[in-house]
Design a protein around this ligand. Structure first.
Ligand SMILES: Nc1ncnc2c1ncn2[C@@H]1O[C@H](COP(=O)(O)OP(=O)(O)OP(=O)(O)O)[C@@H](O)[C@H]1O
Ligand SMILES: [Mg+2]
Length: 207
C-alpha cells in the first residue's frame, strides 16, 4: 500500500541532525500501526513525508509501487491521505461543521455527533471549543475523506480515557472493516496495544 524506500531526512536549517536515517518499511492496508518514539525522535517528520507535505532528502515514498511525486504531491494529499495533525490545523474562522465539510462531502453533523460534538458546539467557531473538542473535530474532518490511508499524529493526546478508547476502536474498525491503512503516532500504551503492528523510531531508524 504505502512503502518507504531508504528514506533519509534532515531539516535544511539543521543539516547535522539526521532525523531519519535510511528508513525502509512497507505499510499494508487493513492494518493499524502504532508509531512510538521519544519526543523529538522524528515521528511527525515521518508522517509529513508519508503525507507528501515534504520530500525526503534521499529515498522515495511509494503508493501501490509508484513514487508519490509521479502523479504529484497534491494528487497524493487529495486522493490517498487523510491526516489528523498534532496541532489540529483547524480553520479558525469556521465552525466544526464547516471544517468537517472541507474533508469531504459527508453528513458533517452526524460525523461530529459520533465524536460527541453536538448541538451548539457543532456550529460555534472552532476556537470557542476546548482542546479535546477541537481534537475530535480534527478527527471527524479526517474521517470525512474517502482516502485509503489515515495518518494521525497523537490523536488521543488531549482526550479523556473513555473518548480515547472510543477513538482507538474507531481507528481499528477503519483498518479492519474498511481496509484502510491506519498509521497512528502515539504516546498512549493503550492505543499501541490495540495496534496490529507497533513500530518505534529510535536513532533515526524505524524498528
Ligand atoms: N521545522 C524544523 N526545522 C528544524 N528542525 C526541526 C523542525 N521540526 C522538527 N525539527 C527537529 O527534528 C527532530 C524531529 O522532530 P519531530 O517533530 O519529527 O519529533 P516528534 O517525534 O514528532 O516529537 P514529539 O513527540 O515531541 O511530537 C527534532 O530534533 C526537532 O527538533
Ligand atoms: Mg510530533
Amino acid at each position: 500500500m504505502l512503502e518507504v524506500k531508504n528514506v533519509s531526512y534532515y531539516y535544511k536549517s539543521q543539516r547535522d541532525n539526521l532525523v531519519l536515517n535510511e528508513i525502509a518499511y512497507r505499510f499494508e492496508k487493513a492494518k493499524m500501526y502504532a508509531v512510538l518514539g521519544t519526543s523529538g525522535s522524528g515521528k511527525t517528520t515521518l508522517l509529513s513525508l508519508l503525507a507528501g507535505l515534504d520530500v525526503p532528502v534521499k529515498g522515495n515514498i511509494c503508493v501501490q509501487g509508484e513514487d508519490i511525486g509521479k502523479k504529484g504531491l497534491c494528487y497524493h494529499r487529495k486522493h490517498n491521505i487523510s491526516l489528523v495533525f498534532q496541532n489540529y490545523n483547524l480553520i479558525d474562522y469556521l465552525t466544526p461543521v464547516e471544517n468537517v465539510l472541507l474533508g469531504g462531502k459527508v453528513d458533517a453533523r452526524a460525523l461530529l455527533a459520533q465524536m460527541g460534538i453536538e448541538g451548539d458546539a457543532s456550529v460555534r467557531n472552532v476556537m470557542q471549543l476546548s482542546g479535546g473538542q477541537q481534537q475530535r473535530v480534527a478527527i471527524a474532518r479526517a474521517l470525512a475523506s474517502q482516502a485509503p490511508i489515515l495518518l494521525a499524529d497523537e490523536p488521543t493526546g488531549n482526550l479523556d480515557e473513555r473518548i480515547a478508547k472510543e477513538i482507538t476502536e474507531l481507528f481499528k474498525s477503519l483498518a479492519h472493516e474498511q481496509e484502510k491503512c491506519v498509521i497512528v503516532v502515539t504516546h498512549s500504551k493503550d492505543l499501541a496495544n490495540e495496534a496490529d503492528v507497533i513500530l518505534q523510531i529510535k536513532d533515526g531508524k524505524l524498528v
